[in-house]
Design a protein around this ligand. Structure first.
Ligand SMILES: NC(=O)c1ccc[n+]([C@@H]2O[C@H](COP(=O)([O-])OP(=O)(O)OC[C@H]3O[C@@H](n4cnc5c(N)ncnc54)[C@H](OP(=O)(O)O)[C@@H]3O)[C@@H](O)[C@H]2O)c1
Length: 296
């Protein structure tokens, strides 16, 4: 069985990936602050920003492949903590890529749609990058370093993802759920667009690409949507009849990290190799049917 080293086991994407595919690979996964235990996965604590710790984990595990989902994933936090976020998003990624290069094994990196400035959507893999905030800049630089240092790499640019985040992470859908359950007014951006998918779709897309595709690929959904539209869809699918959802502009809420207006991805390359996201409503219905979207 192929041995995978997965970073970010306690994160939204990494936890779901482990849960779905623990039997496809022999997975050794690491978390940092949030200890998790996942059936059929050997999970341990590794601070990837500490090179000695990372190297020790790598040489002990002796992986055949690395899937790197760990990140400082909140753009506002990265903007306010440039040194700490660089250590995680850029330095640790370069170090991990270097270890993979030395061991001649494939490296899979989860990047982001935010590498684009949002002015010329939709973006395909050949579109020029132009990050607007520090988080996106760190991910962009990490991509460049990976391309320069590895022969065997896969960079998957992930879109906005929604769904159950696992026991340790967070996802905006929990906030939507809580506010709608309470009947509180929810103001959501109606002028920021992305091509969201559920985390289950994203994990299936990642699995499909591993071993089948090399290079850079977009794993966006088939529909463009704002958070306001996602909120309305959730209200309808979950039956929150009294929920009050109002549109707002991202200019109304000043934030440390600048946000692009429309980073919709053109994912036709992935579609051509079998990635097949369902319509957003169907994906939201899958979440509703699972009755699992928050930690309670
Ligand atoms: N969520 C989205 O909508 C979205 C959209 C586009 C791209 N992405 C990308 O997709 C990937 C997964 O994102 P996500 O939403 O799953 O992120 P997340 O929920 O914030 O999880 C981040 C993970 O990284 C780990 N981590 C952070 N610092 C670490 C360190 N120093 N050492 C070891 N582990 C560390 C965290 O561990 P602890 O919690 O245990 O500390 C956690 O497991 C990231 O590359 C992100 O940039 C996400």
């Amino acid at each position: 069985m192929i041995r995978m080293f997965l970073t970010g086991a306690s994160g939204f994407l990494g936890w779901n990936f482990c849960r779905l595919f623990a039997k496809e690979w022999e997975i050794f996964a690491c978390y940092n602050n949030h200890r998790v235990s996942i059936e059929n996965v050997l999970a341990c604590r590794v601070d990837i920003s500490d090179f000695a710790e990372l190297k020790e984990a790598f040489t002990t595990i002796k992986p055949d492949i690395v899937l790197h989902t760990a990140a400082a994933s909140q753009p506002n936090w990265c903007q306010e903590n440039p040194t700490a976020s660089k250590k995680i998003n850029l330095d640790a990624t370069i170090n991990l890529a270097g270890l993979c290069a030395d061991a001649s094994i494939p490296f899979i990196f989860t990047s982001t749609d935010l590498v684009f400035d949002g002015l010329n959507p939709p973006y395909n893999e050949k579109s020029s990058v132009s990050p607007l905030n520090l988080y996106a800049e760190q991910k962009t630089l990490a991509e460049e370093k990976i391309r320069a240092s590895l022969n065997s790499y896969l960079i998957c640019r992930m879109p906005l993802m929604f769904g159950y985040p696992g026991p340790a992470a967070n996802n905006f859908i929990q906030y939507f759920f809580n506010e709608m359950s309470k009947g509180e007014k929810l103001k959501l951006f109606s002028d920021e667009y992305r091509t969201p998918v559920s985390v289950l779709t994203a994990c299936k897309g990642l699995k499909l690409m591993i071993g089948r595709f090399a290079g850079t690929i977009h794993l966006g959904g088939i529909e463009r949507a704002s958070r306001y539209e996602l909120g309305l869809l959730m209200k309808d699918v979950f039956g929150f009849k009294t929920a009050l959802i109002e549109p707002c502009s991202h200019d109304d809420i000043p934030m440390p990290a600048k946000r692009p207006l429309d980073v919709s991805l053109d994912s036709s390359l992935a579609f051509s190799v079998g990635y097949d996201p369902l319509p957003l409503r169907k994906q939201m219905e899958e979440i509703e049917n699972s009755k699992k979207f928050n930690h309670e």
